[in-house]
Design a binder for this molecule. Structure first.
Ligand code: HEC
Ligand code: HEC
Length: 329
């Protein structure tokens, strides 16, 4: 008797799982267009990063070129075995600012020159580019600040400012930063996300999320997604919306916004899975002096609303959004 139930259950699962998995993994692009969950990116005027071949041989040109090298190969200089000072976790800036911060929807630097110094709610301060770079050193690279006076800081800023030199103040470039994906009408699900991870991401980022070092042991071939060498809980990537928006247009590696591989659902779910894994912590006590300015998906309280920390981390975000709209119409 029990065996029969088991067999019919097994048969039912056998029939149902492949169907749901099939829908989850092989979404058909046409039906996706009618789906309010799907994201459509309209680019009216695309930003195009200036080409380094335009650079000449002045001291300033050399500084800009050096800045680009630092963004792409940060670990060679500042990683645990870096040649200048070991102040970071071994990741490169370019791991998250794709193509040295030039890729559309690849977390590019197009608007830095035109917007900084910039007031940021997280710190409650007007931040210079130096301060913003240090934020990424301390959080995304789980490390220490880079002294403002060193040539390397000046070089990274020279490069970033050169990238944005043709962007006018007040103009929002299309494809700058990270795309905001539509919210799901449910919480993002780490269990579903694990399936995405194992099927798509694991082959590069590893079964323990630790990534893969290059043979020289200095730099990553595939950067880590969790564990002690990954970004800490104060980093932007620890917010589900940023992680999901970033991977939707850039992962698996080689993907761009013109040929996304993940559905919106998969992006949120795998974000939930990765950000449910252990990673370094950091002191967040000075962040968000005005708690009502916290983003919807900021995973640590206290909050100005009554939603739980879990809902702020995984969603569903629509009710949180609606309540914020009521509070600040
Ligand atoms: C783990 C991923 C990650 C790494 C590594 C990383 N960043 Fe970032 N960075 C982010 C995220 C996420 C944002 C915020 C994007 C947003 O809010 O849209 C950001 C934002 C920035 C900004 C502000 C961009 C803007 O338009 O306001 C600068 C400048 C920056 N990073 C520089 C750096 C530098 C320099 C490094 C290396 C020292 C670095 N980042 C490493 C993830 C990363
Ligand atoms: C073919 C190998 C490959 C696959 C598959 C892949 N990635 Fe990556 N991933 C990379 C590489 C390489 C980088 C660094 C990009 C660079 O430096 O230009 C990266 C960077 C990242 C980053 C930013 C840096 C960090 O380590 O935090 C995240 C987040 C990420 N991948 C998530 C994912 C997720 C989630 C998946 C599965 C949906 C995935 N990747 C699939 C190779 C891969």
């Amino acid at each position: 008797m029990r065996k029969n139930i088991f067999i019919s259950l097994a048969t039912a699962l056998f029939l149902v799982i492949p169907l749901t998995l099939k829908n989850y993994f092989f979404h058909d692009k046409k039906s996706d267009q009618n789906n309010p969950d799907s994201s459509v990116i309209a680019l009216s005027k695309e930003w195009k990063a200036p080409d380094t071949s335009q650079l000449g041989h002045t001291q300033q040109d050399d500084l800009i070129r050096y800045g680009r090298v630092l963004i792409l190969n940060t670990a060679d200089f500042f990683g645990p075995r870096g040649s200048i000072m070991p102040i970071s976790n071994g990741m490169n800036c370019g791991n998250c600012h794709i193509d040295a911060g030039t890729r559309l929807w690849g977390n590019n630097f197009s608007m830095v020159a035109s917007t900084y110094p910039l007031y940021r709610n997280r710190s409650g301060k007007i931040e210079t580019v130096e301060m913003r770079i240090d934020d990424c050193f301390e959080r995304s690279l789980n490390g220490k600040k880079l002294p403002d006076s060193v040539r390397e800081m000046k070089a990274m800023i020279a490069y970033i400012n050169w990238l944005g030199k043709d962007v006018d103040k007040g103009v929002k470039t299309k494809g700058s930063g990270i795309e905001k994906l539509p919210f799901l009408n449910r919480a993002a699900d780490p269990v579903k996300g694990k399936i995405v991870y194992v099927t798509i991401c694991k082959k590069c980022h590893g079964s323990n999320g630790g990534g893969k070092l290059k043979d020289n042991g200095k730099e990553y071939f595939y950067p880590p997604l969790w564990g002690r060498n990954s970004y800490n809980v104060g980093a932007g990537m620890y917010q589900l919306s940023k992680f999901a928006g970033y991977i939707k247009n850039n992962m698996p590696f080689g993907t761009t916004f013109t040929n996304p591989q993940l559905t919106v659902e998969q992006a949120w779910d795998v974000a939930a899975f990765v950000n449910s894994k252990p990673r370094p912590s950091t002191n967040l006590s000075m962040d968000w002096p005005d708690i009502s300015a916290k983003p919807l998906d900021y995973p640590f309280g206290p909050y100005a609303d009554s939603f739980s920390a879990r809902q702020h981390k995984y969603g569903p975000f629509l009710p949180v959004q609606q309540s914020h709209k009521k509070a600040h119409p």
